[in-house]
Every structure is written in C-alpha cells, then in structure tokens.
Design a protein around this ligand. Structure first.
Ligand code: 3HC
Length: 273
C-alpha cells in the first residue's frame, strides 16, 4: 500500500519521502515508480513532463528521521500490529515538527489505540486507502473523539487534492465501513469453501457474475494479501477471544506456506512475475 499511496501523492503534486525499515522492500517501491510512470506515459495517461515531475517529487530512504523531519503529513502503512504502530508513532512524534499530522492507513486499528503514544492525539487519525491505491478512489477518514476538526479538514483536503473520494466516519468502529462489509462477504466465502461446497474459482465466478463485483473474494484476498488477513483476524481473535474471528483453516494453511497472494507469486491463484 505504501508505495502506491506515496506515488499517488507525488503524482498529485506533493513532495513525498517514502520510507521502510527494509532496504529491499524500499528498492522495490523505487523500481515500481520507475516502471509505473513510463508505463502511464506509454499508455497516453500521463505526459512525459508530468511523469518526470512526479518522479522528481518522490525520494526514498530507510532513515525515518530523514524521511519525516520536515513532513507536514505522515501516512503510516506498516504491518497490522498494534505494538509496532505505537512504536512508529512514538518515534514520529519525536522526529516531526509540532504541526505534523500523523495518519495511519491501518485497515482495522482505530487511531485512539495509537494516539496516546504521541503528545499530539488531536493530530492522529485514520486515513484508510484501498488496494490498489493508485486506482481505488475511496479513502475512509475517521474522526475519533480525540481528533480535531482542523485535522479532519486538512486530511479530507489532501484526499481531494490526490484525486480521491474521502468519506468521513464520525465515530470509530472496528473495520471502519468498507472492511466490515467486505469481511461479511469474506467470512461467508471462506465458510462455503471450508465446508467443501465450492472451489475458490467457482465462488469468485459466482460473485463476479451474479453480484457484479470487479473481482471475487479469493482473488481479492490475493490482491490485499493473505498475510494481512491472517494478522488482522489473529489480532482481533486475541483481543476479543471470540472464535468467530479465528482465521479460517485455509487462511492459516496459506499463511504458513507463505502463499500470501500476488506478493509471493501464489495465493489462491498463481501469478507470474
Ligand atoms: N496497481 C496499479 N494499477 C493497477 C493495478 C495495480 N495492482 N491493477 C490494475 N491497475 C490499473 C491498470 O493499470 C488499469 O489502469 P488504466 O485503465 O488507467 O490503464 C486499471 O487499473 C484497470 O486494470 P486492468 O484492465 O488490468 O484490470 P481490471 O479492469 O480488472 O481492474 C482492478 C483491476 C482495478 C484491481 C479491479 O479488478 C478492481 O477494482 N478490483 C477490486 C479491488 C478492490 O475491491 N479493492 C478494495 C480491496 S479492500 C482494501 O483494500 C482494504 C484493505 O484494508 C485490505
């Protein structure tokens, strides 16, 4: 998500510094920018000048201090583990200027669980993009009770400048809006599969052709990452103890086999590099 969100922002005119603790992953993000922008030019979707300008606006570093020290807005898109996010936000609070807004792209973790790791809870909010972030227009902005009106206004404005369509959630709710609906579909799809009723391919075919979704739940799991689905379910299960959140057997199997979807070349489907 991070590489596509940062490139979206650079294409919209923002100066962006993209960072990751893993140099290899960061290099992949840079390679993606170097491939994606010329492809857009070749497709006639972007002028050569606009592509060059966007590329010049985005830089890459593994040094968080270097990346965040002059930022007005940080969008965190790290792994879905609360302890890690809290540590990142504590570090950002130390590194960033006092006015900097710290947003999280978390799919499920509400910012009230993170904001007290900083000394600026009014400037910590959820800004949730969808995969693939360069294509999907929707962004969920969540106004927890600790978030100031100014923060919401600025974040909504940034979304619009990025060409996105923001929706505002006036309260925090687990899974926000879209993922609650998506989770209901996924739970049923996985149940039907695990009961031996139909294959992932046939369930996807049914959802695409009967409900008009652009892709079925299994292909979408491959796109968003089976590892992400596993972490999110586990975190929720451990938090609530409610067995309905326990990851489905096929998700556990794929997670253990590192068949995480597109990112590993295999999930429910196979992908060539
Ligand atoms: N990255 C960037 N751009 C991509 C892309 C990717 N991975 N995949 C496709 N695209 C672009 C293509 O370049 C093309 O752009 P263009 O029309 O401007 O040239 C456009 O998307 C359409 O691509 P294709 O014709 O190759 O393929 P499709 O028409 O099948 O579209 C899709 C692909 C946009 C991924 C479409 O299938 C889709 O909308 N799928 C549903 C995605 C979805 O539901 N996302 C939400 C997931 S939930 C989530 O993110 C929440 C999180 O918390 C887990």
């Amino acid at each position: 998500m991070g590489h596509q969100i940062s490139l979206s922002a650079a294409m919209a005119g923002y100066k962006v510094v993209c960072t990751d603790i893993n140099a290899e992953i960061l290099q992949k993000a840079e390679n993606f920018a170097d491939t994606y922008l010329p492809e857009r030019v070749a497709k006639g979707k972007l002028t050569e000048d606009a592509a060059k300008a966007a590329r010049a606006r985005i830089s890459f570093t593994t040094d968080l201090t270097e990346a965040a020290k002059d930022a007005d807005l940080v969008i965190e898109a790290a792994i879905e583990k609360l302890a890690i996010k809290r540590q990142i936000f504590a570090d950002l609070d130390r590194i960033c200027p006092a006015h900097t807004i710290l947003a999280t792209n978390s799919s499920y973790i509400v910012s009230s669980k993170i904001c007290d790791a900083t000394g600026r809870p009014d400037k910590v909010c959820n800004m949730h993009f969808f995969n693939p972030a360069l294509v999907m227009k929707l962004v969920e902005v969540v106004k927890g009770a600790h978030v100031s009106d100014d923060t919401v206004e600025i974040v909504m404005g940034v979304c619009k400048k990025m060409g996105k369509i923001p929706v505002l959630l006036h309260k925090e709710i687990y899974g926000f809006l879209v993922n609650r609906i998506l989770q209901a579909i996924r739970t049923e799809a996985l149940y039907i599969h695990d009961m031996g009723v139909a294959s992932p391919e046939d369930i996807d075919t049914a959802v695409v052709n009967a409900l008009g979704h652009p892709m079925g739940p299994f292909r979408l799991l491959d796109l968003t990452g089976i590892d992400l689905s596993y972490y999110v379910s586990m975190e929720r299960y451990q938090e609530t103890g409610d067995p309905k959140y326990k990851p489905s057997p096929i998700i556990v199997e794929k997670f253990v086999k590192k068949e995480w979807g597109r990112k590993t070349g295999k999930g429910f489907y196979e992908y060539c590099k």
